[in-house]
Design a binder for this molecule. Structure first.
Ligand code: CAA
Ligand code: FAD
Length: 378
């Protein structure tokens, strides 16, 4: 067993770390004003991050999942919003298009997405279908040569800024999850409108919108896979997506830890640095252990996927643990900063707000436990 990163992996981590330095400058303002990082998303395209796992044949960087999580961790340490934009685009849109799309779909949609010229979004959740993802109310009625799409999607990351949307919808309600399809819909298609932006607790500079579909015509050639493949497509996609969110959560936790460690060495009370108080040392020790455990689980999930082995359980374990660690230790990082932790300029309050979503999206912690338990009990 080898825990050392390869030269290539170190290079991608360092490139992401360098890029994250640039993200630092206006991160507080972007959070406060909920500004989408348009220029940074463009820059991520130029750096190859927006097609990091897509093969070079389709305009991507052709790297593995470990490279992806290393880059995401570095970006999330500084700006969790930019990290989720990259994660949703790569794991939830590009991966599925490459794995299951037709050659025409890949040329038309995947290539500009992987080059970072276009942005993707994945629309599964609905007002009444979140954890219970198979109870889709959005209908894709089969009209012979096309589908007629009607319904509402909720909480869609990149919702306002995306160009290409993968939309999950029910075609044969009598078949339950086996009647669900996944359709590619472009922004600007007649009948497709974007709802107002959500005003969120955290990851405020990523944009989250509802999507409304009224008699939207989608040609049959824009369906991915066979009729009825949509639910399995979504589940398989989310297995990989959860590795990305684990890396995002890991980055949030590690970013808060770095700040807390530096602050603990600097801040003096009772004539000595607070890092010499055992109560603070124990918090730092717990952070060191639990963040490293989250990193190992995340890297193992990525490695398992890269080996071509089943990785659903590993992804759920990494996401569950990393998100719980992110929440717990961002709270501790604020505590270590005392009153300074409660104001924006010290960054840890933002990381604490950003951490919460990692326990909710791409399957709540309760759903991760359900996925893990089903595998364990199988
Ligand atoms: N891979 C392949 N197939 C899978 C699968 C997987 N990981 N998980 C389930 N399936 C298949 C099952 O084998 C079954 O197929 P058969 O009938 O042919 O055997 C079928 O799917 C139905 O499976 P279940 O009976 O297990 O389905 P369920 O209704 O009980 O739901 C669930 C299972 C795990 C709870 C699922 O609904 C789920 O993952 N819910 C959470 C939804 C979620 O994560 N949403 C995230 C939205 S995207 C997002 O949030 C993005 C973002 O923030 C950036
Ligand atoms: P519910 O499913 O109503 O759950 C409510 C509570 O009940 C939770 O605590 C849940 O864990 C618990 N619960 C539900 N069922 C069970 C059970 N069987 N056992 C135990 N506990 C249970 N979706 C997309 O499709 N695409 C996106 O890009 C996207 N981005 C998002 C971005 C943000 C900022 C947010 C907030 C959400 C996003 N989502 C997205 C939606 C997200 O995936 C859902 O919010 C999430 O899956 C939970 O669904 P819900 O909100 O309907 O909660």
């Amino acid at each position: 067993m080898n825990f050392e990163l390869s030269e290539e992996h170190r290079m991608i981590r360092d490139a992401a770390r360098e890029f994250a330095e640039e993200l630092k400058k206006d991160v507080i303002e972007r959070d406060e004003k909920a500004l989408f990082p348009t220029d940074f998303v463009k820059k991520m395209g130029e750096l190859g991050f927006m097609g990091i796992m897509t093969s070079d044949q389709y305009g991507g960087a052709g790297m593995d999942s470990l490279a992806y999580v290393l880059a995401l961790e570095e970006i999330a340490k500084v700006d969790a919003s930019t990290a989720v934009i990259m994660s949703a685009h790569n794991s939830l849109v590009l991966w599925g298009l490459e794995a299951y799309g037709s050659e025409e779909q890949k040329q038309k949609y995947l290539v500009p997405l992987a080059k970072g010229e276009k942005l993707g979004a994945f629309a599964l959740s609905e007002p009444e279908a979140g954890s219970d993802a198979s109870s889709q109310h959005t209908i894709a009625a089969d009209m012979g040569d096309h589908y007629l799409l009607n319904g509402t999607k909720n909480w869609i990351t990149n919702g306002g800024n995306a160009d290409i949307y993968l939309v999950i919808a029910q075609t044969h309600p009598e078949l339950g999850h086996k009647g669900i399809n996944v359709l590619i819909v472009e922004k600007g298609t007649a009948g497709f409108t974007i709802g107002p932006k959500e005003n969120k607790l955290g990851i405020r500079s990523s944009d989250t919108h509802s999507l409304l579909f009224t008699d939207v015509i989608v040609p049959k050639e824009d369906r991915i896979g066979e009729d009825g493949f949509g639910f399995k497509f979504a589940m398989k996609t989310l297995d990989g997506g959860r590795i990305g969110i684990a890396a995002q959560a890991l980055g949030i936790a590690a970013g808060a830890y770095d700040l807390a460690l530096a602050y603990a060495k600097e801040r003096k009370t009772f004539g000595k640095p607070i890092s010499t108080h055992q109560a603070i040392q124990f918090k730092l020790a717990d952070m060191e252990v639990e963040i490293e455990a989250a990193r190992l689980l995340t890297h193992k999930a990525a490695w398992t996927k890269d080996q071509g082995l089943p990785y659903g359980k590993e992804a759920a374990m990494a996401k569950l643990h990393a998100s719980e660690v992110a929440m717990k230790h961002t709270v501790e990082a604020v505590q270590i900063h005392g009153g300074y932790g409660y104001v924006k300029e010290y960054h840890v309050e933002r990381l604490m707000r950003d951490a919460k979503i990692t326990q909710i999206y791409e399957g709540t912690s309760e759903i991760q436990r359900l996925v893990i338990a089903r595998e364990v009990l199988r």
